[in-house]
Design a binder for this molecule. Structure first.
Ligand code: MG
Length: 455
C-alpha cells in the first residue's frame, strides 16, 4: 500500500522549503506551479501563510498554474488545513500552499495538496519533480490560459466546518488563551473557540511575516507570554500554532508546556472513549500511544515517519471500510478523520475544549494520570546508514523487530527506533522506557553498535 519511503530530490517530508532568494525563488515556484497545473484539471486552490515573501511566491505559483490552462482560486492567507478542507469541499483539482510551516521567517516553500485534500503522496510528487527538472510543462495555447478568482471569504466555511464538529456552546464558562504566532490562525482559532462559547484571550494575534513575538515553531521557550497570560487570567489552557496551523501545542492551566506525546495520548484517550477502531501513528511514536489505544479497546497501526504517511494511510484504511478514529504525530500534529484526513491545529484546540468541558479536573491534573515515560532522542552523522541498519538488525535479531521505517526494536519495558534521515546524511535514534536508567543503557548500547558499523 505504498508504505515504503521514496527519496525525493526537491521535496522533503512536507513540501519544498528553502531560504527566500537563495534556494526558494519565484522561478522555482513558477515551475512547480506549471508542473502542478500540467498534472491537474479544473481549478487549483492556492493559499499562503503570513510570510513577507508569500505574495511574490504566490503570484509566481499562480502564473505557472494558469499557464497550463488550469484556473486558480486564490483563497488568500489561511491555515494549511483550511486550504485542504476547501480543496476537497469545492472539488478543486488540487491545491498549493505557500508556506514554510515552522521554519524561521527567512524561509518559504510550497506544500502541494491532492484533490482529496491530503498532502500529495510520494509517487505523484516524484512525477511533479520530474516535470520541474525536465521543464516538461503542458503550456496552454493563448485561448485556453487559465483565469484567477479571488475567494478569501471561503475561509469562513472552514471556521464553520470546525465549529459544526462540536456540541453548540461546549466552551461556555471556559477561558482560553490563543497564540497564533502572527500566522494565518489569527483568522481562525480565536473565532472558532469564541463560537464554541469560550472567552478567548490572545497573544501574537496580529498577522505579521516578520514574526515579532515568537518564531513560527511553537517551542516551549517561545511561549512564555502565552504561559503568563494563562496563569494571570485563570484560563483552562493556552494553545499555540506553528506557522501554518496544522499543529497545535498546549500549556496547561498552570502555564506549563504540555509535552506533545502527552497531548497526543490525552486527546487520543478522549476520542477512543467514544469511538472504537484504529489509531494511526508513525513508528517513532511513544509507547503511550499504543497503551492508550489498547486500554480503550482500539489498536495502533504504524506508518513511516512523516505526517503525509499517517494521513494517507488513514484515508486508505477508511476507504477499505476500516474504522479509523484518530491519528497524528508526537509534535502536536493531530488528525481527526471525522472531519478530514490531515493535521489540523484548530480541530486540536477545539477538541481540547470539548475534552475539558466534560471533566471536573483541570488539564494539569489530567496529565498526571499518564504514566511517566522517558524518551531519549539523538542523531549520528554518517553516510553509512545502510551498514548501520544491517548491523542493528543482526545485533537485535532475537528481539521483536519492525521494519516500517528503519528498525524498531520492542522489549517489554523499553523500545528503540534507529532509522536513516530522509533528508540529511544521518541516522536518528529514539529510545523510550518507564525506567530512565534502562533507556540510557539501551541508548548507549545502540550507539556502540552504530560506531562499530560506521567505523
Ligand atoms: Mg506546519
Amino acid at each position: 500500500m505504498g508504505s515504503k519511503k521514496i527519496t525525493k530530490r526537491l521535496f522533503g517530508t512536507n513540501g519544498v522549503r528553502g531560504v527566500v532568494g537563495a534556494e526558494m525563488t519565484p522561478e522555482l515556484v513558477l515551475h512547480i506551479g506549471a508542473a502542478l497545473g500540467s498534472m491537474c484539471r479544473g481549478s487549483i486552490g492556492v493559499g499562503r501563510d503570513t510570510r513577507t515573501s508569500g505574495m511574490a511566491l504566490s503570484n509566481a505559483l499562480k502564473a505557472g498554474i494558469m499557464s497550463t490552462g488550469c484556473d486558480v482560486v486564490d483563497l488568500g492567507i489561511l491555515p494549511t488545513p483550511a486550504l485542504q478542507y476547501l480543496v476537497k469541499k469545492h472539488d478543486y483539482g488540487g491545491g498549493a500552499m505557500i508556506t514554510a510551516s515552522h521554519n524561521p521567517p527567512e524561509y518559504n516553500g510550497v506544500k502541494v495538496i491532492a484533490a482529496d485534500g491530503t498532502e500529495m503522496g510520494d509517487e505523484t510528487i516524484l512525477l511533479l519533480e520530474e516535470r520541474v527538472f525536465a521543464r516538461d510543462f503542458a503550456s496552454a495555447p493563448w485561448a485556453d490560459v487559465g483565469r484567477e478568482t479571488e475567494a478569501p471569504h471561503l475561509l469562513q466555511e472552514y471556521v464553520e466546518g470546525v465549529v459544526s464538529q462540536f456540541p453548540p456552546g461546549i466552551g461556555k464558562g471556559m477561558t482560553v488563551v490563543v497564540d497564533p504566532g502572527s500566522g494565518p490562525s489569527c483568522r481562525t482559532t480565536p473565532e472558532i473557540l469564541t463560537l464554541l462559547g469560550c472567552r478567548v484571550l490572545t497573544v501574537n494575534a496580529q498577522m505579521d511575516g516578520r514574526f515579532p513575538g515568537r518564531l513560527p515553531e511553537p517551542s516551549a521557550e517561545g511561549l512564555s507570554a502565552l504561559s503568563t497570560m494563562v496563569r494571570e487570567s485563570g484560563a483552562a489552557f493556552g494553545v499555540a500554532h506553528d506557522g501554518d496551523a496544522d499543529r497545535a501545542v498546549f500549556v496547561d492551566d498552570r502555564g506549563r508546556f504540555v509535552e506533545e506525546n502527552a497531548e497526543f495520548a490525552l486527546l487520543e484517550q478522549f476520542v477512543c472513549r467514544s469511538q472504537k477502531g484504529v489509531v494511526v501513528a508513525p513508528v517513532s511514536s511513544s509507547r503511550r500511544i499504543r497503551d492508550v489505544a489498547e486500554a480503550q479497546g482500539c489498536r495502533v497501526e504504524y506508518t513511516p515517519v512523516g505526517s503525509v504517511y499517517v494521513a494517507r494511510r488513514m484515508r486508505e484504511m477508511a476507504e477499505r471500510g476500516e474504522k479509523v478514529v484518530f491519528g497524528g504525530e508526537g509534535n502536536g500534529g493531530l488528525i481527526f478523520p471525522s472531519f478530514q484526513f490531515c493535521r489540523d491545529g484548530a480541530m486540536t484546540a477545539a477538541t481540547m475544549v470539548h475534552l475539558l468541558a466534560g471533566e471536573d479536573r483541570p488539564l494539569s491534573s489530567l496529565l498526571l494520570d499518564l504514566p511517566p515515560l522517558f524518551m531519549i532522542q539523538g542523531k549520528v552523522k554518517t553516510r553509512r546508514a545502510a551498514e548501520i541498519l544491517s548491523a542493528i538488525e543482526k545485533a537485535y535479531a532475537r528481539e521483536s523487530l519492525d521494519f516500517t521505517d528503519g528498525i524498531r526494536i520492542e522489549w517489554d519495558d523499553v523500545w528503540a527506533l534507529v532509522r536513516a534521515s530522509g533528508t540529511e546524511p544521518l541516522v536518528r535514534i529514539v529510545v523510550e522506557s518507564k525506567d530512565m536508567g534502562k533507556a540510557e543503557r539501551i541508548y548507549q548500547e545502540i550507539l556502540h553498535h552504530i560506531e562499530g558499523a560506521a567505523a
